[in-house]
Design a protein around this ligand. Sequence first.
Ligand code: FAD
Length: 379
Amino acid sequence: MVENYNSMDLAAFKNVWVFCEQRQGKMMPTTFELISEGRKLADELGVNLCGLLLGDNVEGIAKELGGYGADEVIVCEHPLLKNYTTDAYAKVICDVISEMKPEAFLIGATNIGRDLGPRCAARLHTGLCADCTHLDVDMPIYKDFLRSASTLPEEKIEKMNTAKVMGQDHDVSRDLKMTRPAFGGNLMATIICPRFRPAMATVRPGVMKKAPFDQAKADAVKITKPSFTLSEADMDTEVVEVVKAAKKLVDLIGADYIVSVGRGISKDVEGGIKLAEELADVLGGVVGGSRVAIDSGWLTADHQVGQTGKTVHPKVYIALGISGSIQHKAGMSESECIIAVNKNETAPIFEIADYGICGDLFKVTPMLIEAFKAAKAAK
Ligand code: FAD
């Protein structure tokens, strides 16, 4: 870290940065979502958007980030950065940040991001808001978000230009407003980091939308390679081998069609899952589940949709025997089309469903399978 680095010298910090997570030389999809979101924030602040890419021989994948909105990609290459280790990555990131001083730094809330973010924030002596689902800078845009997504009265929203910080009125217009679920998802909290920079956020994968790719912008992106030092003496860990999980995990975030099951299948779990798989197969989709389906051991954890599972926005989301708790809705309410099958006509899932079928899923699902098969055959 740079000597005399002062995270409270707010005026010294500029630009929005995104940690561009790659594994084995392949960019993680969440990186593109964060670059797209970072572009929006950088435009609101009137500054540049930089991707920060660490690895070994990774410059070749840097340009693509420009296509999603990065003005510049800062590439740090070193053989010791080939595989992720907390020590090496945190050291290089903190060295580069203390030298170049971005005002906001976004990291995907992946397993790596959740490990890396807090370590860097503590070392840089700044604040981090974990697991964000919404980000803003511009006050009018933030206020419009509050009007559409909160129950706050207009007088309160109008007065939100300042916040009390250490007993003083602080102008929040340039602060990153980081919104995340709190208290078990029963309310949303917006958090600012008014006294320190960079303002750091980890962001849930799948929440932010990826911008369309622009080849001309990819070609034009600036690549910067700052100098840094890294040696084995900086590291307490050594990666001996990378072993991939033997079982392929379900790709909920990338799926266009998801058929999810909940407690409603409990009277015949095997039969219920079989029906969901058959329906998903007909649609070319995958099976997901509510937390009950995961906690009961009916499906593995990678299938969970919701606040503590995955956030998805497929073309079609079919909920079979899922009540529609606030925590489940938090992960799927942005699906393009929601079809709910539930035998209770007052189930909250029907409030957000585009098509609601009130009935027993064991009777309705075979009919849906036949109907989709027939529609496909007719095409
Ligand atoms: P239930 O709420 O029990 O609903 C079952 C539904 O099935 C009912 O509506 C019933 O009418 C219907 N049904 C029953 N039989 C049939 C039938 N034969 N045919 C048709 N319909 C039928 N939950 C998540 O899903 N994802 C999360 O990420 C998540 N995170 C959480 C985080 C926290 C901090 C907390 C506190 C909770 C979280 N939960 C999460 C749990 C959540 O609160 C609910 O308990 C859960 O979503 C309920 O799952 P369900 O809809 O499958 O079950």
